[in-house]
Design a protein around this ligand. Structure first.
Ligand code: CP
Ligand code: NVA
Length: 303
C-alpha cells in the first residue's frame, strides 16, 4: 500500500518536520548550485480540475529539478470529464506513472483515487484541504521566525481549505492558532472539534480580527471566495469587509508579525496593496518555498 498525502492529519509532527527540514535543506543546496537526480526515470501524473499557477509550475519544476518527468492533465483532458469512474482512472494511471498529484473539488475525490491507486496520491488542493501549501507556509515561518513550536499564528477571514489545513498543522506541530472568521464562515466543524480535543486552548476560533492579531507573530490571509465559490463573491465582499488585512489591522498587532498570503491575492479585498507590498509581507518567499517543499514531498513519496 503506498503512502498518500491527502491531509496533514495523517502524519506525525516528526514526519511533517522532516519534510519541512528537507525543503529548507534543498533551498540552501539549490542556492549553492547543488543539483539532485533522485527521481531520474520516474514520472508523475498531474490531474488539475481547478486553475493553478504556483502549485502546477512548482510541482512540475520540482519534478524536472529532480530529473523526473511530468504528464499534466487538465480536467477536460481526461475521461473523468465524461464520467469514467475514479477507481478506473486510479488503477489505469497507476500502470503508467509513479505518483499522482491532484487538484480538484471534493476531498472524497482524492480519497477515492487513493483508495484504488497503487502509487502515491498527493493532494494539491481540494475544497477541504491544501496540505502542501501549509508545509511551504510553515517553512516560511521557520525562515522568518526561527521555529514553529509555540509560535502564535493568526488566521483572518474565511474558514476555508487553507484554514482547515492550518488547524491540522497546529495540532501536529504544537503552535498556537487563533482564527478570526465571520459567523457562518467557520472552518469545518468536524476538523475543529477533533483539533480542539487534541490541542485544547492552543487552537481558538473567535470573531474579532483585532483580537486575533494582537499577539500574533504570523498573520495569514487568503481570498474571501475560493475556487468554486465565484457566484458568492459579491455577497462575501460585504460580509468579509471587516476582515481586510490593512495598515489599521496590522497596527493592532503587537509582535511585529510576518504576513503570509498563499496567493493569488485580491488587493483591496482580503489584503490592502500597502500590506501586500510592505516589508512585513513574506508572500514572495512563501511562493518560492513551494518549489523546495514540493521537491521534498516528491522525494519522500515518489522516490
Ligand atoms: N497558492 C496556490 O496554491 O496557488 P495556485 O492556485 O496558483 O496554485
Ligand atoms: N482558498 C483558495 C486557495 C487558493 C490557493 C482557493 O481554494 O481558491
Amino acid at each position: 500500500m503506498p503512502r498518500h498525502l491527502l491531509s496533514l492529519w495523517d502524519f506525525t509532527g516528526k514526519e511533517l518536520t522532516a519534510i519541512i527540514n528537507d525543503g529548507l535543506k534543498l533551498k540552501k543546496e539549490s542556492a549553492a548550485g547543488i543539483r539532485h537526480t533522485d527521481l531520474a526515470g520516474r514520472t508523475i501524473g498531474m490531474i488539475f480540475e481547478k486553475p493553478s499557477t504556483r502549485t502546477r509550475v512548482s510541482f512540475e519544476a520540482a519534478m524536472y529539478g529532480l530529473s523526473g518527468q511530468v504528464v499534466y492533465l487538465s480536467g477536460r483532458d481526461t475521461q473523468l470529464s465524461r464520467n469514467e469512474p475514479l477507481k478506473d482512472m486510479a488503477r489505469v494511471m497507476s500502470r503508467y506513472v509513479d505518483g499522482i498529484v491532484v487538484r480538484t473539488f471534493g476531498q472524497e475525490i482524492v480519497d477515492e483515487l487513493a483508495r484504488y491507486a497503487d502509487v502515491p496520491v498527493i493532494n494539491a488542493l481540494t475544497d477541504r484541504h491544501h496540505p502542501c501549501q501549509i508545509l511551504s507556509d510553515i517553512m516560511t515561518v521557520i525562515e522568518t521566525r526561527g521555529d514553529i513550536a509555540d509560535r502564535h499564528i493568526a488566521w483572518i477571514g474565511d474558514g476555508n481549505n487553507m484554514a482547515n489545513s492550518w488547524i491540522e498543522a497546529a495540532v501536529r506541530l504544537d503552535f498556537r492558532l487563533t482564527l478570526a472568521c465571520p459567523e457562518g464562515y467557520e472552518p469545518a466543524a468536524t476538523i475543529m472539534k477533533r483539533a480542539k480535543a487534541a490541542a485544547g486552548d492552543r487552537i481558538n476560533l473567535i470573531r474579532d480580527p483585532k483580537e486575533a492579531v494582537a499577539e500574533a507573530e504570523v498573520i495569514n490571509v487568503d481570498v474571501w471566495a475560493s475556487m468554486g465559490q465565484e457566484s458568492e463573491a459579491e455577497k462575501r465582499l460585504k460580509i468579509f469587509a471587516p476582515y481586510q488585512l490593512n495598515a489599521e489591522l496590522l497596527a493592532a498587532a503587537g509582535n511585529d508579525p510576518v504576513v503570509l498570503h498563499c496567493l493569488p491575492a485580491h488587493r483591496g479585498e482580503e489584503i490592502s496593496e500597502e500590506v501586500l507590498e510592505g516589508d512585513r509581507c513574506a508572500a514572495w518567499d512563501q511562493a518560492e518555498n513551494k518549489l523546495h517543499i514540493h521537491k521534498a514531498i516528491l522525494r519522500k513519496f515518489i522516490a
